[in-house]
Design a protein around this ligand. Structure first.
Ligand SMILES: [Zn+2]
Length: 389
C-alpha cells in the first residue's frame, strides 16, 4: 500500500550536474544540454524555490535492479563497451551505431536514468511526494536485450516492475511523438500495468509499432492502448484523444500510481517529427494528470529542439507546483540562450491550428482509430464511448 505522508503536497525534482559529463556526440540529435537549460529556466522562473519543492540528487540505479527486465549478456556488453573510448559495436544489441552510439560512461548515463526513475517512484510511494519528476527518464524504446531510439536501459519498465512488486497497479501514459514500444512490450501480457501511448503513426515512422489493434495478450488483453496520430495532427487532435481515451481508461483502471512519459518532440518545431502541436498540449496533459489525484511519477522523454524541451518542462513543472508563469521567458534566461544563438523570448507558444486540409485528414484518421478502440477496447472496461466529462 502507499504510505500517506504528513506532507502530501510535496513535489520532488530529480536532477544532477553529473548529466553534463556525458555526450552522444556533436552530430547526434540527443542533446544532453537540454537538461541544464531546463534546470536554469526553472531557477529563473523561481519554480525551485517554492515551499514543499525538493530537488533530489539523481542516483545511479543498482545493477541488481536491471535483472527483472534486461538480459544479463546485454547489460554486461553495455558495461564493457562503456569503459573507454575504443570504438566498439554489437549490432545484435543495437549498440555502437549512429542511433545508439557508444560513448565513455554510457553505462553510467543509462544507470542515472534508471536510478532517477526508481528514486522518483520511491519518493512517491514511500515518502508521500505528490509528484516526482525525473526529467532524465523516459527512455521508452529500450528493449530487454537491445538499445533502440537513443535508449539503452528502460527506466520506466525497471521502476514499474518495482512498483508492481510492491503490489501496486500502475498506469503508464506516454505522450511522446514516438510509440512507447519498449514499455508496452514489457507489460503486454499483464493486467497489473495499463500502458497507453499517443504518438505519430508508425505506418512510416519509427518505431513502426503502436497501432490500435495492439491491445495486449492473455491476461494483458485490453491493457495496451494505442492512439496513433496522422502527421500534422495538432493540439485539438491531441486533446480529443486524451479526453476520449486516456481519461476514461484511467478512471476505469483506477491505478495506485501514474507513470507518465512527457516527451515534447510532438511540437511543430521539433526537427525529427511531423506533428504540429504546441506547448499547450504539455500544459493540458499536466493539468489533467494532476486533476486525477493519482500519485504521479513524471518522466521526461524525447525532444530534439533543446529550447522546446526547457520551455515545455518548465511549463509542466509550473503546473505541478501550482505557480502561474508569464508567456515570456525571464530576462536572465534570455541572456543565457542568446549566447547559444537563440533570439527567442517566448515561453508559451501562441495557439496553432493545422491547415484545414491537414486537419481534416488528421481528424479522419483519429475517428477511424477511435472507432476501433470503442468497438474492441471500451466494452472490456465498461466504458461508454464519448467524453468522460
Ligand atoms: Zn520521441
Amino acid at each position: 500500500m502507499l504510505k500517506t505522508s504528513a506532507n502530501p503536497d510535496s513535489w520532488a525534482l530529480i536532477y544532477s550536474s553529473r548529466f553534463e559529463s556525458f555526450s552522444f556526440g556533436e552530430e547526434h540529435p540527443f542533446k544532453i544540454m537540454r537538461y541544464r537549460l531546463t534546470y536554469e529556466l526553472l531557477c529563473e522562473l523561481g519554480l525551485l524555490q517554492c515551499p514543499d519543492v525538493r530537488v533530489v540528487e539523481c542516483p545511479l540505479a543498482p545493477e541488481s535492479a536491471l535483472s527483472g527486465f534486461h538480459a544479463p549478456g546485454y547489460v554486461a556488453t553495455l558495461k564493457e563497451f562503456s569503459l573507454d573510448e575504443t570504438p566498439r559495436a554489437n549490432f545484435r544489441y543495437g549498440l555502437g551505431d549512429i542511433e545508439n552510439p557508444i560513448f565513455p560512461g554510457v553505462f553510467d548515463w543509462a544507470l542515472l536514468g534508471c536510478g532517477g526513475t526508481l528514486e522518483a517512484a520511491r519518493l512517491v510511494v514511500e515518502e508521500g511526494a505528490r509528484v516526482a519528476f525525473n526529467m532524465t527518464g523516459g527512455y521508452h524504446h529500450a528493449h530487454a536485450a537491445r538499445a533502440s531510439g537513443f535508449s539503452y536501459l528502460n527506466d520506466a519498465v525497471v521502476a514499474i516492475q518495482d512498483l508492481v512488486r510492491r503490489g501496486l497497479r500502475v498506469a503508464y501514459v506516454d505522450i511522446d511523438a514516438h510509440h512507447g514500444d519498449g514499455v508496452q512490450e514489457a507489460f503486454y501480457t499483464t493486467d497489473q500495468v495499463l500502458t497507453i501511448s499517443l504518438h505519430e503513426s508508425g505506418e512510416d515512422f519509427f518505431p513502426h509499432t503502436g497501432f490500435p489493434h495492439e491491445l495486449g495478450e492473455g491476461d494483458g488483453y485490453g491493457y495496451s492502448v494505442n492512439v496513433p496520430f496522422r502527421c500534422h495532427s495538432d493540439d485539438l487532435i491531441f486533446e480529443q484523444s486524451f479526453r476520449k481515451v486516456v481519461l476514461p481508461m484511467l478512471k476505469s483502471f483506477k491505478p495506485d500510481v501514474l507513470v507518465t512519459q512527457m516527451g515534447v518532440d510532438t511540437l511543430r518545431t521539433d526537427p525529427l517529427t511531423r506533428l504540429e502541436m504546441t506547448t499547450g498540449v504539455i500544459e493540458y496533459a499536466a493539468r489533467e494528470f494532476l486533476a486525477t489525484g493519482i500519485p504521479w511519477v513524471c518522466l521526461g522523454g524525447g525532444g530534439y529542439e533543446k529550447l522546446n524541451v526547457a520551455r515545455c518542462w518548465a511549463l509542466l513543472w509550473s503546473i505541478i507546483v501550482g505557480v502561474e508563469v508569464p508567456d515570456q521567458l525571464p530576462p536572465g534566461f534570455v541572456a543565457t540562450i542568446q549566447k547559444l544563438g537563440y533570439a527567442d523570448r517566448i515561453l508559451r507558444d501562441r495557439p496553432h491550428c493545422a491547415q484545414p486540409n491537414d486537419f481534416a485528414r488528421a481528424q479522419e484518421a483519429l475517428d477511424k482509430n477511435l472507432a476501433i478502440l470503442q468497438r474492441r477496447l471500451f466494452p472490456l472496461h465498461g466504458i461508454v464511448p464519448g467524453d468522460c466529462r
